[in-house]
Write a new protein. Structure first.
Length: 228
């Protein structure tokens, strides 16, 4: 079982156990996603003599059982791709949103394997997509002002449906300044718009990263999304 997926699944099992036991927890977003929590135990729980290690042992027992069937429960892989210089390139102007983008993708790692990919041109993007191989075909999602607009809840449902269908790799791609060519559009499984307003591409990358995290919290019932 992939280590990141195992950590994420343990986290979700413990979260479920907390719900069952009517406990509450303050969730901190650490370097490995939703894996740092400050636990607030009700007195009745403390009197029963249970501990967090007890919950962790239950979670690990469930994980041990799931390991036998993990081949049919793969961890979904998400890539947030964009046209531009790679992070750290000497030719790349400082992106003031890059740290925030990485923060949200890091939080998403509790639910899926996530990465960001910078490519120098649309042609390079299409060539990179053609090299992505896996058990299922990659799903390219092109961000475009003329694409489909969704609420956060509808987008979460779309992402959840792809996950439940067994999608292995979804690529959310932000295009060049002059927009996508028809050749690129023909490759897309979905053209997605973040809204009618025009966003700087670096800002669109941040909005997309946050919406991916929001979608996962909606799907998992996490209280991050309040619906307004």
């Amino acid at each position: 079982m992939h280590e990141e997926c195992q950590s994420a699944l343990i986290d979700e099992i413990i979260w479920l156990l907390l719900k069952i036991n009517n406990l509450s927890a303050l969730v901190l977003h650490g370097s490995n996603g939703l894996n740092m929590k400050l636990w607030i135990n009700y007195p009745s729980y403390s009197k029963n003599g249970h501990s967090l290690s007890f919950l962790g042992n239950i979670a690990k027992s469930v994980i041990a059982w799931l390991s036998g069937v993990w081949d049919i429960l793969p961890c979904m892989h998400l890539t947030l791709a964009y046209i531009g210089s790679r992070p750290g390139s000497s030719s790349k102007s400082k992106d003031p949103f890059n740290d925030a983008v990485l923060m949200y993708l890091d939080r998403c790692s509790a639910f899926a394997r996530c990465q960001t990919e910078g490519l120098l041109s649309e042609d390079a993007m299409l060539q990179w997509l053609s090299r992505q191989q896996g058990r299922t075909a990659v799903i390219p999602v092109l961000l475009d002002s003329r694409g489909r607009q969704m609420t956060s809840e509808v987008f979460a449902a779309w992402l959840g449906a792809r996950r439940d269908e067994g999608a292995q790799h979804i690529v959310f791609a932000i295009g060049p300044a002059d927009g996508w060519t028809e050749a690129a559009r023909e490759k897309a499984k979905l053209e997605l718009s973040l809204g009618p307003m025009t966003l700087a591409h670096a800002l669109a990358r941040l909005v997309m990263a946050e919406q991916l995290y929001r979608a996962f919290t909606i799907l998992s019932g996490h209280p991050y999304h309040m619906g307004h």
